[in-house]
Design a binder for this molecule. Sequence first.
Ligand code: GN1
Ligand code: MG
Length: 345
Amino acid sequence: MNESVLSAYGFQPKQVSLERIGTGLINHTWKVFLEDQVFILQKINEEVFSSPDDIAYNLSLVADYLKRSHPAYNFVAPVASQQGNSIVHKEGEGYYRLFPFVSGSHSKNTVETTCQAYEAARQFGKFTRLLSGFDAKQLRITIPSFHDLEFRYRDFTAALNRGSSTRIRESRELAHLLLSKSSIVERFKEIKNDPAFRIRVTHHDTKISNVLFDATGKGICVIDLDTLMPGYFISDLGDMMRTYLSPVSEEEKDTDNIVVRDDFYQAIVEGYLEEMKDELTDAEKGAFFYSGIFMTYMQALRFLTDYLQNDLYYQPSYPGHNLVRARNQCVLLQRMIEKEKVFSI
Ligand code: GN1
Ligand code: MG
């Protein structure tokens, strides 16, 4: 990284040490140590976020609203540069922003206990609840059609026609499985046409690493608001199901290890409802089980589409990586579908 990024914040590069952290697939993150102060520095992936200033715009709107209406909430706002910008652009280097490190906080890369699942679900629910008086439509769209399942499905069928022919052959079985489950897209179309499904401020990336915990294991707040956009609650609840229910992540190659844990499902639902029970409509409450199916199916489509397109979006670490991820998500999807009777509330 160019030293000019640090100097934009008034830091002398010699006084600063950097430690690369985080497991996100999209942005790069560092912990920055400056004497007794600690910060988090993030480089925004411009191939994914084509207008980083829109992220800064959304953050400042939400920060202002929360400061006025819920001053006790620990909102992690970006640190302003010396020129007063919440995002720093360096020609040839890209876009960066800096956050204060929340003292006494830690984050997790995997969900180990039902308590953690409960706390995380509660924090994501709380965030949406605190913003229920804020008109979500004011937010700028940082990634168009991000969680639009109809769009993702169309993208997938286009890749099946125009993608790499070798990869299409290799993926035949998985593609067939995903095509056979298109009723999941039909349900999403119904949701889009149903006014009982409200457009809310939606985080769109509710993995456990986006929650800060205190030393006792209680949730403090949520972070990583790049994909904060208007959306449906099924994105947030569903991504928790997708990433907390199984003890192994989307990276797991041995699909026998993918299992759906009933008690983690209950913990997510309880934590989310604790904050959102008075916000959600009855129709929305009827879509809890669907939310996990929706997000897992969409992620399987996204990984397989990317594989068919020779890995344009998700950086592979080894040949066939995105095919492995897609297979993993297909197995998780099937294991979730098997739970329909157990989970339907
Ligand atoms: C990306 O970078 P990360 O891990 O926060 C992606 C999510 C996917 C996820 C899959 C902007 O999130 O939508 O669910 O990878 N974010 C973007 O692990 O595409
Ligand atoms: Mg993210």
